[in-house]
Design a protein around this ligand. Structure first.
Ligand SMILES: Nc1ncnc2c1ncn2[C@@H]1O[C@H](COP(=O)(O)OP(=O)(O)OP(=O)(O)O)[C@@H](O)[C@H]1O
Length: 568
């Protein structure tokens, strides 16, 4: 773990060394102060000119202050860079995780790892490490001098310090565990709050505010309790430092007194030794503080590593969009979402030639959305072959594959930001002309002219300022701007009014004239227009045909058409 912690420091090691050296020089200047003051006083007594010593003293004060300030500035700067680097790596990892892993993670908790845990790294990496190194220097120096005074007394001192130091060290892992629990409780708090914010209206409509508050507050209490434990262990560690020096003082006084009495040691040496003993207080205190910070940093690092160690997708190299319509082929595809999950696709086979409109229909849970998820390679199928354009999707570079597809999700397809940002999300390089054409094709021009700032109007968190039908058309326009070779459209199940439905049907028909469109259909209007319909049931393909053919030949389809489609 320590090695991994140091890895964060490696890129900044020279700045850290410089900061550390400046800090040491600053301390040395501080140490020189009494000596220079003594010269001033001596000069005063001896009736000599005080100018020299005074100038020396002033320079030492100024240089010492400037050097110390520079040193601590360098440290803080590095701290910020380290935090930034850790955040960047973490965010990069999070955005490159596999969808299957993200399904299991809680967004609020991830957020707290990026914001909270990375911040904890700062103290340990800068002050913690640097102060500890400085303290070790001072400790070693003092010990060497003490050894020169009297070896026996040094042994007594070290014995006391080692015993109490060992006891202090034994609480360190507890500090780390308590700190990790505290951070986990903060993460939990984020997760619950995120859940409540994602379903804000449902929370209110369900009268669940109080319950959600209780859950968040519960996590906050846990964070407090564990934080208090950290504080308790930290105080214990602090007080034991003080105790170590006090006990060492008494022991040295006792043993030293006896040695003075027996003539083995001079009184002046005993006094000097005792003075040095108190000199140890500050560096030992800093070492203990550094060790505590180290534990806190390690706790944070553990949480950061848990995410960083998750496997990611291969990096999808950006690829050019546009091109010929793609044909799709599923050949005996089997898939389940996890080893302990039921089979979702059991030998799914169907073929879609390039171009035209193909509808996927079937009862809820039949595995229709999963077809899209597999095409986008959000998940890996376990058996059979999926090919696009005659090429196994496993052989497509991920970036190229996703650039060829346009994907419109069923839920919340609009992101916070302006309408324009939303439209350009999948194709940031699209020209204004292309943008306006997509707006016109998806019949969004009415909306744009009504909005106060046109395309630059903010659409709110998850597009809440737009209607359901508008959000859907924005999502389609966004997918179209990517010039997909295969458009995957998961029709929203929400009821659209007649005008919106007609518009949507027109848009889909137009797009299907240019590219392959695969739509999960919940409306009869979409289905009757389709060139072919794939009927799915319980993880398999039951029938393929046109509306008229299927009404004649397939009982399930007839039933679906009679109830589900006509109802919606
Ligand atoms: N991310 C997931 N993790 C685990 N199981 C999932 C996941 N997504 C879907 N499932 C399961 O897979 C099965 C098929 O889901 P899928 O969404 O493909 O069905 P669908 O035919 O699109 O249904 P609907 O018409 O209701 O959207 C369901 O039983 C569902 O519980």
């Amino acid at each position: 773990m320590i090695k991994e912690l140091l890895a964060y420091l490696r890129p900044h090691r020279w700045i850290l060394v410089a900061g550390g050296v400046l800090g040491l020089i600053g301390s040395a200047a501080g140490l020189a102060m009494p000596l220079l003051a003594k010269y001033v006083v001596d000069a005063f007594g001896a009736d000599r000119s005080m100018a020299g010593p005074l100038i020396g003293l002033t320079v030492a004060v100024l240089v010492g202050a400037a050097v110390s300030a520079g040193g601590s500035y360098l440290m803080e700067r590095t701290g910020e860079s380290v935090v930034m680097g850790a955040r960047r790596r973490l965010v990069e990892r999070i955005l490159r995780l596999r969808v299957a892993d993200v399904d299991r993670l809680k967004p609020g908790d991830l957020l707290s790892r990026v914001t909270g845990d990375t911040t904890l790294l700062r103290a340990v990496l800068t002050n913690g490490v640097v102060n500890s190194v400085g303290s070790v220097f001072m400790l070693v120096g003092a010990i060497v001098l003490m050894a020169a005074m009297d070896g026996t007394l040094l042994l007594v001192t070290l014995l006391v310090i080692v015993v109490i130091g060992g006891l202090t060290a034994s609480v360190m892992p507890r500090i780390m565990r308590a700190q990790k629990d505290a951070q986990e409780a903060v993460g939990e708090m984020g997760a619950v709050l995120d859940r409540a914010l994602q379903a804000y209206r449902t929370v209110k409509a369900s009268g669940a505010e109080e319950r959600e508050i209780t859950v968040v507050a519960g996590a906050a209490e846990r964070a407090r309790d564990r934080g208090m434990q950290v504080a308790g262990w930290t105080s214990l560690a602090g007080v034991s430092t003080f105790m170590a020096v006090q006990i060492a003082f008494l022991s040295v006084l006792g043993v030293g007194g006896a040695r003075v009495a027996s003539g083995a040691l001079e009184v002046s040496s005993l006094i000097a030794f005792l003075l040095y003993l108190f000199y140890l207080v500050a560096p030992i205190g800093q070492l203990v503080e550094g060790a505590v910070q180290l534990q806190q940093g390690l706790a944070a690092l553990k949480r950061i590593k848990e995410v960083e160690d998750l496997p990611g997708e291969p990096v999808a190299e950006p690829a050019a969009t546009g091109g010929r319509p793609l044909g799709v082929r599923f050949d005996g595809v089997t898939f389940r979402y996890g080893d302990d999950r039921p089979v979702v696709h059991d030998e799914v086979s169907f073929e879609v030639p390039p171009g035209g409109l193909t509808a996927l229909v079937g009862p809820s849970g039949a595995g229709k959305s999963t077809v899209f998820a597999l095409l986008e390679r959000f998940y890996e199928h376990q058996g059979g072959t999926i090919s696009l354009d005659g090429r196994d999707i496993r052989d497509w570079p991920l970036g190229e594959l996703r650039a060829a597809l346009g994907y419109v999700e069923q839920d919340a397809p609009v992101l916070a930001g302006t309408l324009k940002e939303n439209l350009l999300f999948a194709a940031p390089d699209a020209t204004d002309d292309e943008l306006l054409r997509a707006v016109a094709r998806t019949r969004l021009d009415d909306l744009v002219s009504r909005l106060p700032d046109g395309l630059d109007t903010l659409v709110g968190h998850r597009g809440v300022l737009l209607s359901g039908g508008e959000r859907q058309r924005v999502a389609i326009a966004r997918a179209l701007l990517r010039r997909p070779r295969l458009l995957l459209l998961d029709e929203a199940t929400s009821q659209l009014d007649a005008v919106n439905e007609l518009r949507l049907r027109e848009v889909i028909a137009e797009v299907a004239a240019e590219t392959t469109v695969l739509v999960i259909a919940h409306r009869l209007s979409t289905v009757t227009n389709a060139d072919r319909i794939v009927v799915m049931e319980a993880g398999g393909v039951r029938a393929v045909g046109t509306h008229d053919e299927l009404v004649g030949a397939d009982e399930l389809y007839r039933e679906l058409a009679a109830t589900q489609f006509l109802v919606s």
